[in-house]
Every structure is written in structure tokens, then in C-alpha cells.
Design a protein around this ligand. Structure first.
Ligand code: GTP
Ligand code: MG
Length: 284
């Protein structure tokens, strides 16, 4: 039986932990069991139940306080993640092996983890060895995406994670509930972007010829990949959460191997339900 995983990534404050909490609630309402593993060694509070917490293995504060290491917060985090990569057996023990398990990994927000450090790639390979089908979920704050320049930098971050991890990836614009009506309308064009009109938008305001040329090349590169699309995520809208979940389920083929399980209560009440169904209609 395959196992399923979402690797929830994205820049600091993009809404990763909130996304995990929202997904857990949503899946609970659907009667689906979803667990969350915290992989942020600097996290403090969670609004979801944690199945495993990297801080049981290593904590950023301890690394920063260590006299021989003398790391700051970012160096400390990199150290913690490298230590984690050398101790995947901790994760294996914490995960156990439950049939059909579906796990969200709430990752740290340091962008270098997804662009050039090998840790996340090593994690993906390890999860795949444990029979997980892994989907990358890359979150970007929609409030920073309403201008074409910011959008291009967001798209490049998503693209570099996609290229370095080599797994299917769903890109999401979070915090859609915070946008004004006008901004929502404006952002529609960024969900499925036409990079050529983006080139026009961005280069018209540029004075330097060289910068114009560079922007054109970057937009051309993004367009060549043709793989970066965004889904809007509004935590207050069940429909939007459902669409995101369906896309992710589809990429990891969740549900294809599931066997039908009869809900317990239903089994007991089955005869009663059947009787009710075949009852003679009551005369009104
Ligand atoms: N209104 C609104 N606020 C959100 C949403 N998602 C996140 N937030 C807020 O944004 C802030 C950061 O959210 P987090 O979920 O902690 O973000 P994160 O990506 O886990 O942050 P780090 O782990 O520090 O990188 C919190 O104050 C959240 O309440 C959203 O969809 N809507
Ligand atoms: Mg977080």
C-alpha cells in the first residue's frame, strides 16, 4: 500500500502552518485521517495536533546556545536540518507504519532549503524509499504577488524548488481572504500567467536597457518551463480548500488503491436504514 505525503514549503510567514491546520480540519470534516509532522526546529506553537516534532530530535535554541557552534538563527536552522538528514531513523520511528497514512510535513521557511541545500531532496528520496508518494506544496503569500515584479520573484522561488526536488508540485497563493475585491480581480491574471504580457507590464516601467533584457530573458525562461501555475487558497472558503486538496490528491493518485471500508456505525444501523428505505410512504 502506498503512503501519501505533502511537503508544505514556502518563504517565511507564507502560511505553511496555517495551511496544515486548515487541511487537517477540512479532512477531518470529510472523515479522512491526516497527520502533521513539524519539521521546523524553531517552531513554537501549533494550531494542529502534531504526530511528530523535529524539536524532539534537535532545537534551534540549543544549537544557538552551544558555545562551540555559535550559530545565529539561520545558520542554526541549517545545522539542525543537516543533523536531521543524518538521523532519518528518528523520523522512521516516529512515523511508524499505518496503512494508507497521509502526512503533511510542515517545513521551515528558510528559502535556501528549497533552492540549493540538499536536505529537502534527501528527505524526499528517503520518503520515497519508505513508499511515500510525495507532492510538493509551495506556498506564496498572495499579498506580495499583486505586482508583476514581486510575482516574478515568487514564481522563480517556486520554480527552483520544483526543479531541485524533482517531484510533482502544486503552487498556492495563500491569504486570499485578506485581498480587497480589486486586488482579487487583479490577481486573477497571475494565477495562470501569460509571461509575454508580463514582459510588457514589467519592462514598460524600466529605464535601463540591460535590466529590460534581463527581465525579458527571465520571463522567457519561466514561459519555457510552462509549469508554474498557482491555485488560490482562501482558508475561509471550503470550496477553495477542496479544489487545492483535489489537485494534490490527483498528483499523488490518492484514493486509487483505497479499499472500501464500511463505516462502523453504519454497519450496526444498516438493517434499520434498509428498513427505513423500504418503508411504505406515510400517508399525509
Ligand atoms: N487572514 C489570513 N491569515 C493567514 C493565512 N495564513 C496565514 N495567516 C497568518 O499569517 C501569519 C503567518 O502564518 P503561518 O502559518 O505561521 O506561516 P508559516 O509559513 O508557517 O511561517 P513560518 O513557519 O514562520 O515560516 C499568521 O499570523 C497567520 O495567522 C490566511 O490564509 N488568511
Ligand atoms: Mg510555520
Amino acid at each position: 500500500m502506498p503512503r501519501y505525503a505533502q511537503l508544505v514549503m514556502g518563504p517565511a510567514g507564507s502560511g505553511k502552518s496555517t495551511y496544515c491546520a486548515t487541511m487537517v480540519q477540512h479532512c477531518e470534516a470529510l472523515g479522512r485521517a491526516v497527520q502533521v509532522v513539524n519539521l521546523d526546529p524553531a517552531a513554537e506553537l501549533f494550531s494542529y495536533p502534531v504526530m511528530a516534532d523535529i524539536r524532539e530530535l534537535i532545537e534551534v535554541d540549543d544549537v544557538m546556545e552551544d558555545e562551540s557552534l555559535r550559530f545565529g538563527p539561520n545558520g542554526g536552522l541549517v545545522f539542525c536540518m543537516e543533523y536531521f538528514a543524518n538521523n532519518f531513523n528518528w523520523l522512521e520511528e516516529s512515523l511508524g507504519h499505518v496503512e494508507d497514512d497521509y502526512i503533511l510535513f510542515d517545513c521551515p521557511g528558510q528559502i535556501e532549503l528549497y533552492t540549493h541545500l540538499p536536505v529537502m531532496k534527501q528527505l524526499v528520496e528517503q520518503l520515497q524509499q519508505w513508499e511515500f508518494r510525495v507532492c510538493g506544496v509551495f506556498l506564496v503569500d498572495s499579498q506580495f504577488m499583486v505586482e508583476s515584479f514581486k510575482f516574478i520573484s515568487g514564481i522563480l522561488a517556486a520554480l527552483s524548488a520544483m526543479i531541485s526536488l524533482e517531484i510533482p508540485q502544486i503552487n498556492i497563493m495563500t491569504k486570499m481572504d485578506l485581498l480587497s475585491k480589486k486586488a482579487k480581480k487583479e490577481i486573477e491574471k497571475y494565477l495562470d500567467p501569460d509571461m509575454y504580457s508580463m514582459i510588457e507590464d514589467s519592462t514598460n516601467i524600466l529605464k535601463s536597457k540591460m535590466f529590460k533584457k534581463l527581465t525579458k530573458s527571465i520571463c522567457g525562461l519561466i514561459d519555457d518551463y510552462g509549469m508554474v501555475r498557482f491555485l488560490p487558497f482562501d482558508r475561509s472558503d471550503e470550496e477553495s480548500i477542496n479544489i487545492v486538496l483535489q489537485h494534490i490528491d490527483f498528483t499523488i493518485q490518492y484514493g486509487e488503491d483505497l479499499e472500501f471500508k464500511e463505516p462502523k456505525e453504519c454497519e450496526e444501523d444498516k438493517s434499520a436504514l434498509v428498513d427505513e428505505y423500504f418503508q411504505d410512504p406515510v400517508d399525509e
